[in-house]
Ligand binder design. Structure first.
Ligand code: ADP
Length: 188
């Protein structure tokens, strides 16, 4: 894991590496509404975490979300074999050109995940770049949205002591930093 950027006195870090290897209270999964695994970071989390996570996801589908988890919402399972204690599964928006409310749903996915972590009394949380893979959300636009909400969060008396933004490639971390750093370091 390599750190590419640090903000808010080290409480927010931008890193490059494999999310599934992190030792954090919870990592966030960019899931799909079915909650039964998939490609990308979702597949990697289920592979590394083992069948316990899938079992819990099935139970959540059966009891709370028979029609699937709506985009913008989040639910929590244990971390199985991961070093992370919990996995917070959220569903980002599928990119449809930008006029279908995608920005708001992306922000909701991040905010719901933070709320789940806070409700469990956790202190550290790691995010992947939700929706910017198969779901096709433009990476630069996502960066500006995420930076805006994280700034509000850290200036507003955060309960979490640490949030880590984790990018699979150094190029993606760079795009994020180019867009996000001016917003994160500028005045409110
Ligand atoms: P979505 O369907 O929400 O777009 P994807 O999993 O396809 O989610 O992609 C989201 C982001 O996660 C992409 O930028 C992808 O490069 C990244 N990613 C994939 N695997 C990992 C991993 N193991 N650790 C961190 N990021 C990952």
């Amino acid at each position: 894991m390599a750190t590419a950027g640090t903000f808010f006195g080290g409480r927010l870090t931008v890193e490059t590496g494999d999310l599934t290897a992190l030792e954090v209270d919870a990592l966030v999964n960019a899931a799909n509404p079915g909650l039964l695994g998939g490609g990308g970071v979702d597949g990697a989390i289920h592979r590394a975490g083992g069948p316990v996570i899938l079992r819990e996801c099935r139970e959540i589908r059966r009891t709370r979300h028979p029609d699937g988890l709506p985009a913008g919402r989040a639910v929590t399972t244990g971390g199985g074999n991961l070093k992370a204690r919990f996995v917070i599964h959220t569903v980002g928006p599928v990119w449809r050109g930008g006029s279908a409310g995608e920005d708001g749903v992306l922000a909701d996915a991040y905010r719901s995940s933070i709320r789940e972590a806070e409700a469990k009394g956790l202190s550290s949380l790691a995010f992947p770049a939700i929706s910017t893979g198969v779901y096709g959300f433009p990476k630069d636009r996502a960066a500006r949205i995420v930076a805006g909400l994280l700034k509000d969060y850290f200036l507003g008396g955060p309960k979490l002591s640490r949030i880590r933004m984790v990018f699979f490639s150094a190029a993606d971390a760079e795009i994020f930093l180019k867009e996000a750093a001016p917003l994160l370091t500028g005045s409110p």
